[in-house]
Design a binder for this molecule. Structure first.
Ligand SMILES: C[S@@+](CC[C@H](N)C(=O)[O-])C[C@H]1O[C@@H](n2cnc3c(N)ncnc32)[C@H](O)[C@@H]1O
Length: 460
């Protein structure tokens, strides 16, 4: 028998990556990186597209395929299930001619050690081509199948966002765009856009954020002029809101004389740290992360941006200040909490498969602890920015409301702070502090933000 060709190896690698997520609970990013080692460099983008697309639509495709299978889907060997999912995703995606998808996917059963399943896979993929509409109709009968989200998450998002829930599901199922943050210390956005245009890269400026640029099509960072030299960073527009909220008119009466002393408490890989240093040119930032591997990326990113000299990067548990704090209070604290990631599902589609409903309470406990422990480190008159990439109210407004009730000197000033970004497409929930950016609104990620001010003398 002849050796498998490249397109067969690609399908087998994609199925392996899917399997690593569904059966072993690994992240999609690590699964794709592992599977990519088996492939020539030229096939890695295709691997990424198939694996990400399959995971993104898995909870819709799985019941649809199962409705056509003439054997018990749950008893089908796991590699065969993964292969069928990638094959059907590719047929739906239509980036490759259907006959090529079917041929390579059927061949891939041998690479995966399932040669006896070739006939079954072939028959099912051909049946899909004929009966896809009725199969998808069957999947659409359940909210999970229709939205490609697990039931618990459908319920949580519908409970929090009511009539806006469908737009969140749609945004989560779309491919994310590539946003850049221009390093305004080193260039202007106009000059940067001109350099992109000269390189043949289409891009548009964000209407409400002076630093943000959205590429028409994602491309490798190495192809972006000035990236290696630190003229820009990859950062979603929703994440670029941070320093603007801290530059509000409130800063003037916060009692903080420049240079600002800033804490970035959960900082890796340093996206917000870099932006804070760019936006506050005389500020010094203490950047913490309790994960040493991730913290090393803060150093790398700041070195690339030429900003390392104004930052102190430490591997430390932010919730244990006795191990890292020198006793000098901060004028600004950014607390970008570990969270469910339910606002960034379009970038990390595996979140919907890996996250469990019981995880949320654990995240909330950590978030509350970090907020409570770090609050006393804020100077009177200073501002604390709470940020999460979750759209769930439990991790944003509900938690903040409890904190504000228990902390008399903390005042929610989000509403005044957001005036610096008038056109920001934010949602404010009545009765809850902070604001939420819903995923997909203006093509940005989902995020929760709140700006809290520490009162100086009992007055706001
Ligand atoms: C949402 S990510 C931060 C993203 C980052 N602010 C950025 O903009 O690039 C949350 C980070 O918190 C870190 N983390 C979680 N618990 C922590 C703790 N107790 N102390 C310090 N860092 C923590 C995680 O390792 C993770 O890197």
């Amino acid at each position: 028998m002849s050796a498998p060709d490249r397109s067969t190896l690609l399908r087998a690698a994609a199925a392996r990556a899917v399997l690593e997520v569904t059966d072993k609970g690994h992240t999609l990013e690590s699964a794709v990186a592992m599977a990519a080692r088996e492939l020539p460099a030229g096939d890695r983008a295709a691997l990424q597209a198939i694996a990400f697309g399959t995971i993104r639509s898995l909870l819709r495709l799985q019941p649809a395929i199962a409705s056509l299978a003439n054997r018990d889907w749950s008893k089908t060997a796991a590699p065969v299930r993964a292969l069928l999912l990638t094959g059907v995703f590719e047929l739906e995606d239509a980036a490759t001619p259907p006959h090529a998808v079917v041929t390579s996917t059927v061949e891939a059963v041998r690479v995966l050690g399932q040669p006896k399943a070739a006939g079954y896979v072939n028959a099912l993929l051909r049946r899909w081509q004929r009966e896809r509409a009725s199969a998808l109709f069957a999947a659409d009968r359940s909210p999970a199948g229709q939205s490609a989200h697990p039931n618990w998450l459908v319920q949580a998002i519908e409970r929090d966002w009511h009539e806006r829930a469908p737009e969140i599901f749609t945004a989560n199922n779309a491919r994310a765009p590539l946003w850049l943050r221009v390093n305004l210390l080193r260039t202007t956005r106009e000059a940067f856009l001109a350099s992109l245009s000269a390189a043949g890269i289409g891009a548009a400026p964000c209407a409400w954020l002076p630093s943000a640029v959205r590429l028409d099509e994602p491309c490798p960072v190495e192809a972006i002029p000035g990236f290696v030299e630190g003229l820009c960073s990859v950062q979603d527009a929703a994440a670029q809101v941070t320093p603007y909220l801290l530059t509000s008119p409130l800063a003037a009466d916060s009692g903080a004389a420049p240079p600002l002393h800033v804490l970035d408490a959960c900082a890796a890989p340093g996206g917000k740290t870099g932006h804070l240093l760019e936006a506050f040119p005389t500020a010094t930032v203490v950047a913490l992360d309790d994960d040493a591997t991730r913290a090393a990326r803060i150093d790398e990113n700041l070195a690339r941006l030429g900003l390392a000299s104004r930052a102190t990067v430490m591997v430390a548990d932010a919730a244990e200040p006795s191990t890292w704090w020198d006793g000098r209070r901060f004028d600004r604290i950014v607390l970008d909490v570990p969270c469910s990631g339910t606002g960034v599902i379009r970038r990390h589609p595996d979140i919907r498969l890996l996250r469990r409903p019981t995880d949320i309470a654990g995240f909330v406990a950590t978030q509350e602890r970090l907020l409570t422990v770090l609050w006393p480190l804020l100077a009177p008159g200073g501002l604390l920015l709470y940020a999460s990439c979750s759209v769930l109210k439990a991790e944003n407004g509900l938690l903040l409301r409890r904190f504000l009730r228990e902390t008399p000197e903390a005042v929610d000033v989000t509403e005044s702070a957001r005036l610096t970004l008038e056109a920001l497409p934010a949602v404010v929930s009545s009765g809850l502090p902070g604001l939420v950016l819903l995923p997909g609104a203006a093509d940005q990620d989902g995020f929760g933000y709140a700006v809290l001010r520490r009162q100086t003398d009992g007055k706001q």
